[in-house]
Design a protein around this ligand. Sequence first.
Ligand SMILES: Cc1cc2nc3c(=O)[nH]c(=O)nc-3n(C[C@H](O)[C@H](O)[C@H](O)COP(=O)(O)OP(=O)(O)OC[C@H]3O[C@@H](n4cnc5c(N)ncnc54)[C@H](O)[C@@H]3O)c2cc1C
Length: 563
Amino acid sequence: MTTASGTATRAAPPTAASRPEQLYPTLTAAQIARIAAHGRRRRVATGEVLVQAGEQTARLFVVVAGRIDVVRASAAGEEVVASFGPGMFTGEVTMLSGRRGLAQIRAGMAGEVIEVGRDDLLALIQTDGELSEILMRAFILRRVELIARGVSDVVLLGSSHCQGTLRIREFLTRNGHPYTMLDLDRDAGAEELLERFHVSAADVPVVICRCTIVLRNPTNQQLADCLGFNEAIDQTHVRDLVIVGAGPSGLAAAVYGASEGLDVLVVESTAPGGQAGSSSRIENYLGFPMGISGQELAARAHSQAEKFGAQVIIAKDAKRLACDRRPYALELGDGQRVPARAVIIATGAEYRRLPIETLPRFEGAGVYYAATFMEAQLCAGEEVVVVGAGNSAGQAAVFLAQTARRVHMLIRSGGLADTMSRYLIRRIEDHPAIVQHVHTEVVSLEGNGHLERVGWRDKPSGRVEMQGIRHVFAMTGAVPSTRWLGGCLALDAKGFIKTGPDLSPEDLAGAHWPLARPPHLLETSLPGVFAIGDVRAGSLKRVASAVGEGSIAIAAVHQVLHE
Ligand SMILES: Cc1cc2nc3c(=O)[nH]c(=O)nc-3n(C[C@H](O)[C@H](O)[C@H](O)COP(=O)(O)OP(=O)(O)OC[C@H]3O[C@@H](n4cnc5c(N)ncnc54)[C@H](O)[C@@H]3O)c2cc1C
């Protein structure tokens, strides 16, 4: 049995306090008094349940007298995960997101507590710098601790060779939700569990959600609903700003917008982080000299956006922008409609797919679009192929070479010099396990259920080579996610959104631009609708520039809202 982790990454920067002190701090009398101003004092009796496991209403408890225990059900009965004495407080990252708690909170000993609701807690965190640091750090470290200790309310029954299983693992991992994986091919206990919940091996992947609800091959949205990832959307309420996409650019816009007092809703179709979330290590983002995994960066940014009060909705697609009148409205895949005074499109780009007929059979079953720790585990000790010559292909090759027996890089052009950063080229050249094949392209993918053979062609000679390789990483760039916009905005020839000075007089005339002023820097051909990050025509495809554009756009949003 593997206890799999979610992001396990919402780590906070080190400070003078030791890790146990940061995880379970004891507040001073002055700090408690400041919290008390945001909550209500009340007596609790021994054994009184303060929050049920799986309850969605997040509440913080500070112990004034007595003891509070965090308890979870386990095969052996009940397990006390943590205990809090006087001066200590409950809570982890679900306090910010409003998601369901993973364990029960109850009074282990009669006493007195201060109870603080989520809205009051967010107000406190936003205004009290000292308490914000203590609380945020403890919440984040506690989630890491829960993941490390396998405290989870989700069991995934599946097979590491099954596409659906990989999708669910990816979804839970990238959303920072801990889960326990039982592999039908390896874990004896898996069969027993299938029987107990009256499901068969044909139903996998099966998710046992919150220890009771059985979902057969659920969609990401069904999983998100079961785990209570999303608060209800008030469709009558006109938001100041709706952001579509929670990659680095969308999350940056959410942090700046919410911290500057805007009422912000973010809609994300899969998980926070976007393309950056699939990067094993980003080494050129300012302030992280040792590099940072994309997932870790995304998890921190997500917490930061929620800390400032942005609402982030997961596993919901924007399907259409109703752009014929203001306020605009975003229509979601599930039929909901969200009105907004300003909109930021931050939908980035989707991976380019290999032009091979059999590809859909092997996506997630031997063909991958990300090289993270999870994929590296699947191909440890084996030969792998990385297709592409850009920085993402270079990062993947170097990362996979740590665990794979050999990494074949298939490069369509004559070399890497024009498309890859110098530091990566040097690492690839120096690595004994990486073999470069220039002027080479993939021509066939074969296998029964899982990829078993890869064919590639040497273009100058036309010679095709078949290799018994079970893992291919397609890292061949991306196309903009703009199809859903259906003619609302001026796009360039490749489908990227044109903004600001890139919009020609013809673009503006074609879009019936109604204002005397020209569009702001990141504004599209529709007043009050902005495009940022990789989806924007002419943008630099980098994390730092995406984040920068997210912050710049907010300045223009303020101007538009006052127009
Ligand atoms: C493997 C890899 C490694 C990389 N490494 C680096 C690096 O080391 N350094 C660097 O600077 N850059 C790196 N990049 C590039 C960097 O990740 C991107 O430039 C950056 O992520 C762009 O951010 P974004 O927010 O504009 O778009 P994205 O990251 O593409 O995010 C867009 C988000 O929008 C969501 N979305 C799309 N359509 C919809 C819809 N209709 N409704 C709702 N949500 C939607 C997507 O699910 C996604 O989460 C890397 C990219 C990859 C793929």
